[in-house]
Design a protein around this ligand. Structure first.
Ligand SMILES: C[S@@+](CC[C@H](N)C(=O)[O-])C[C@H]1O[C@@H](n2cnc3c(N)ncnc32)[C@H](O)[C@@H]1O
Length: 257
């Protein structure tokens, strides 16, 4: 799917906070080889590079649009266009970091072990994924896409929730690693302006649905979705909207040998 870096970065402050919370839990002093998977516009990659300024940090993303912004904002860092599903670097990582990207991949029972194989002994995999697929922001989108008016064109785009529950990751990953730190947080995000939640999803979940429609259809679909969102997330008198957003965090470390 095509990404729009400017739309995605409209909420960069809210989107950055979980990345900082994840970074604060990485139990490494001086990782040398770091990969940022699904790096997007590279804001988080740059933070990793500032945090460990001796490290070789590479941002990896499948989107040419996102990487173009990353390259232009941070020309001194390494950027590579690739699919996370095939991630197999020549030099294994001390740290593989992935903020808000792995939920775009299915089959986590295959994805996670493959990522662990790309770590050196003592290496860390640190992952944050949205876990709000049943929240009204997403459920309204899926319900509308599966309604009689849209199901032919949009029904096939509704995926089963890609993120498992926290117990699943704990049970699945514990036998594969030495240490596991796993938690969930709901951020109560205060967004400003009319249609604030619509603006948020325009940068992410809504994109594939609009891309599947022509311009006139996309306008109608978006209008219907916007109405549902306003019912679920009423705008307050001061023009703010409270948008709760749950995120799942996983930090695992391999044994030293
Ligand atoms: C929501 S953005 C997150 C960007 C960045 N990590 C951040 O925290 O700002 C998700 C990114 O994952 C990338 N992505 C999704 N699926 C991918 C895949 N299979 N391989 C590589 N990148 C992928 C998208 O292109 C997008 O840039």
């Amino acid at each position: 799917m095509a990404w729009n870096p400017d739309q995605y970065n409209l909420f960069s402050d809210h989107r950055l906070r979980p990345a900082l919370d994840l970074l604060s839990q990485v139990p490494l002093i001086s990782p040398y080889v770091i990969y940022d998977l699904g790096c997007g516009t590279g804001n988080v990659t740059a933070l990793l590079s500032q945090h460990w300024n001796e490290a070789i940090v590479t941002g990896i993303d499948s989107s040419a649009e996102m990487l173009a912004t990353a390259r232009s904002n941070h020309p001194s860092l390494e950027w590579k266009q690739a699919d996370i599903a095939n991630f197999s670097p020549t030099s294994k990582g001390n740290l593989i970091f992935s903020n808000a990207a792995l939920h775009w991949l299915d089959n986590h029972e295959t994805v996670f072990p493959k990522l662990l194989e790309q770590l050196r002994p003592g290496g860390v995999l640190a992952v944050q994924m949205p876990n709000n697929f049943s929240a009204p922001s997403h459920q309204n989108l899926y319900d509308l896409a599966e309604s009689p008016e849209w199901v032919d064109k949009l029904g096939p785009l509704v995926r089963p929730a890609p993120v498992h529950n926290i117990n699943w990751y704990f049970e699945f990953l514990s036998p594969l690693v030495e240490k596991i730190n796993i938690w969930e947080t709901t951020y109560y995000q205060v967004l400003k302006g009319r249609d604030a939640v619509l603006e948020w999803t325009r940068g992410t979940a809504l994109r594939p649905f609009l891309e599947a429609l022509d311009t006139a259809e996309a306008e109608v679909f978006e209008g219907q979705y916007a109405e549902r969102l306003l019912e679920s997330y009423p705008v307050r008198q001061d023009d703010s909207t409270l948008y709760p957003f749950s995120r799942l965090f996983i930090v695992v470390q391999l044994p030293e040998n």
